[in-house]
Each structure stands twice: as C-alpha cells, then as structure tokens.
Design a protein around this ligand. Sequence first.
Ligand code: AMP
Ligand code: MG
Length: 316
Amino acid sequence: MSISSNIETAARYIREGKLVAFPTETVYGLGANALDPLAVAKIFELKERPSFDPLIIHIADLAWLEELVMGADERIFRLAEKFWPGPLTMVLPKSKRVPDIVTSGLSTVGIRMPANDYALGLIRACGCPVAAPSANKFGRISPTTAAHVKKQLPDVDYILDGGKTTVGIESTIIKLTEHGFQILRNGIITQEELEEVVPLDSHSEIEKLSAPGMMKSHYSPRKKLLIADSVSMKTDKSKAGLISFSGELENGNRKVIRVSEKGDLRDYAVNIFEAMHAFEDDDDIEIMIAEPVSETGIGKAIMDRLRKAEYNWRQI
Ligand code: AMP
Ligand code: MG
C-alpha cells in the first residue's frame, strides 16, 4: 500500500465518523471529525477520557481558523505565521460551529496545525478539521510509534503508520488574554520564543477552570517510575531501568537507555515516552528511574512530563 492510499483510507474512516490514530510531529493522535459530535464521543469512550477534559482541533489550512474561532485577532495570525505548522496550540474563543463535546462545554477551543505530512495529508483529504487527543488510554504514557498505539488501543478503527514522531512530547498550549499569552502546558516551543512575537501576560492568574486536564498525575507508566532525586539509598537497582541523559548515573542499574548522545534536551523530548514504553514492556525491569534536568527552556516541558509520570508512584 502506498502512503497516499493509506492516507485516503484513513480519510474515508474519518468521513464515515470512525476513529483514526495518526502521527503528528508531537505524539500520535486519536482523531475524529471535529464537527461530528457522535464521532467525537467515540474518542472519549475509547480512551476512557473524562468528559471534562477538552480536545485540541487540528487544521491544515488557516481558513479554518476563521470558521472555528470567534473574532480571530492579528496576534493569532502572527503566532501562526511563526510557529505553524508546528507544536503550538492556541486556546481561543470558539465559534458556534465547534460542538460543545469537543471543548467540554468551555467557551474556548484549542487549535493547532501539526507539522507532519501524514497529519496534514489526512486533514486535507478528509476535508474537515480533526479533533484529536493523544492516542493512549487516559492518563497513560503517550504514544510516539504506531506500535505504542496498538498496545493501548487495539480496537481503534485504523492506524496510519508514519514512523516515530520527531518531537516526542505534546504541544505547548497557550491562552491569549487581553494582556498577552499565558502558558497552560509547556512543550518544545518555549516562553522565550513566544515572547518574541507576543508579550507574556504576567498580570492575570491562570484561571483553574481555563486549564482542565492539567492533572498532577498523567503520562503514567504501569511500573513504578521515580525521578532520580527521589530514589532512596535503599532502592534495589538490580531491577532498575535508568532513563539517562548525562551518563553520570548509569552505574549499578540493570539496564540503561541513553536518551541523547550529545546531551541535547530535544533528544530527551523525542525519546522520553519511548524509553518509558520500552521499560514498561521489559520483564527484567521492575522500577524505572529518570534523570532530572534543569528547569529552563525545554527542560520545563521535560520535568513536567517526568513529575506527572512519577506522581502516583511517589505516593506508594
Ligand atoms: P491532549 O490530550 O494532549 O490532546 O491534551 C489536550 C489538553 O489541551 C487538555 O487536557 C487541556 O488541558 C488542553 N485544552 C484543550 N482545549 C482547551 C481549552 N479550550 N481550554 C483550556 N485547555 C484546553
Ligand atoms: Mg494526552
């Protein structure tokens, strides 16, 4: 099967109101026609996602912004010009065309244009915007390959396989206020890069309600994961899998996955979920230990994922 015929097949499924897992540059998404509430309901059902956690709509053409957003202002187009296609989601006032189920009843909608040819090809071929959260069971590790999707969602109607994703962690999410932008979720597009286009809104508090789905526990592996700082001297490392960044902590662990050869944080992002999946599936490993990084730039997004993955396991 050629790439284009796979995209056509996937697009047909979307048009028929079915679910398709597809690659973006961040992680694999579980997509449905964003304008079809019944199709969108199937996403919540298959993922076992709570209905209060809104979905991001993916578009391939800026013209859809005007359709989906109420009063799109010029800052949005400046941000789109610089960062789209790319891993930036903008939370904006929604138009009536967006079904309430997509936004969990909020008056805003999250929108982005992914930088991945399979994703863009699919969205163009089905002719509608595609609502898609990550293609994993709610709260579990995000998928960066088609095999990861199959492991957690074997019943999905179709998986469009586009190889391993190139960014590896979810998009940066911002909300635009009258004063500027607020970051609702960190990603590889950093606050500093965004500030080159629009000022940071440091006046207003982020309303709790405006950022649902920002749970303390998320991206959670089925095996214990601890950040290396919280590993006690008593921890038996003979069954430990280390997610290593600098190489400094590697001695004494049963297995090691080095996420970057050159100490580049972008490689940590690309490989973080894949390393968690690999240890989760490895019978030799009982506990995963992840090396922390300093919390600046992309490091903020890495530490966000590690803390949420660790959260439930720290309580045990
Ligand atoms: P994901 O499951 O990675 O697609 O994440 C989607 C996340 O985007 C949700 O958990 C929300 O936190 C955020 N999000 C989507 N739409 C909105 C919105 N309208 N307002 C605030 N946050 C949103
Ligand atoms: Mg997710």
